[in-house]
Write a protein that binds this ligand. Sequence first.
Ligand SMILES: Nc1ncnc2c1ncn2[C@@H]1O[C@H](COP(=O)(O)OP(=O)(O)OP(=O)(O)O)[C@@H](O)[C@H]1O
Length: 310
Amino acid sequence: MIFAENLSKQFDDILAVDHIHLNVGAGKVLVLLGPNGAGKTTTVRMLTSVLRPTTGTARVAGYDVVREASHVRASVGVLTEHHGLYGRMNAREYLRFYGSLYNLSDKLIADRTSELLTTFGLAFAASKRLGEYSKGMRQKLALVRAMLHDPPVLLLDEPTSAMDPESAKTVRDAIKNLKASHRTILLCTHNLAEAEQLADQIAIIRLGKIIYQGETTRLKRELLGSPVYEARFSGNLNGYSPNLPDGVKILTRGEKSLQFMVEDPETTNPLLMSDMVNAGLQIVSFHEMTRSLEQAYLEAISRDREEIHA
Ligand SMILES: Nc1ncnc2c1ncn2[C@@H]1O[C@H](COP(=O)(O)OP(=O)(O)OP(=O)(O)O)[C@@H](O)[C@H]1O
């Protein structure tokens, strides 16, 4: 549904996007992460036929972004950082205008408008002029606009950046619903907790290049090493030293706790726990330590920076 090969964009002396590859299927969310100026918005603009790529090809919803630009525009819902709302219109007028550009019937526009304004908590402001909307309200309305024609592909650039926590959750729930109904979504965000919740795949872009791409768990493992488990005991360890199976190492040792890095938890965690029980220790808990996407992301950026400076 979103496919890009060797996609690049050169602006004068800046290679804003540098030969990237993307492949996102129906019902999947790709989250594009990266520092300011990394090339995320430029990527979205190429994928929505707003900018012409310098090299490479991209197909969105089956259409070529250069040769079939009007089909691409009809098939995507886009939320950009500049919403371009008309301040003198109210929400209903604005959505009627947009719906007519997509050739939707008056009835369909009215039905979708009511449904979406209600979902995003904007029904109370349907007749208010957009010039009087708050920043978060404008962002929600821009999202409603992106979803109005029920497109198969959505490209959302920082959809929750201006929103209060409850509104942001509404948007995340809406994205999960879109995903469940087989829409393809590319999401740019700086909110790593949000990325972690929504992503099927993460791509980290820096200086125009994708430096890591893959499923979140795999990225964490690749960047932060094997998973870490912690065992807590009811009494002191009293010099207990476990027989460590292959692929397990002790990371930290507390008075009543041990932390292990474990390559193959399925095989070795049961052995570790039997060893503890056989040594007479009473296990209070044995659990995997949470490692955030933020840790993995920061590691990826710092490794890439070091590689470039090396
Ligand atoms: N129209 C343009 N003309 C010249 N340079 C541009 C243009 N648009 C973007 N750039 C440059 O391309 C690079 C990538 O910008 P882009 O807006 O894609 O980054 P981004 O990852 O979306 O950043 P942010 O997280 O700050 O939104 C930056 O160096 C930017 O200055």
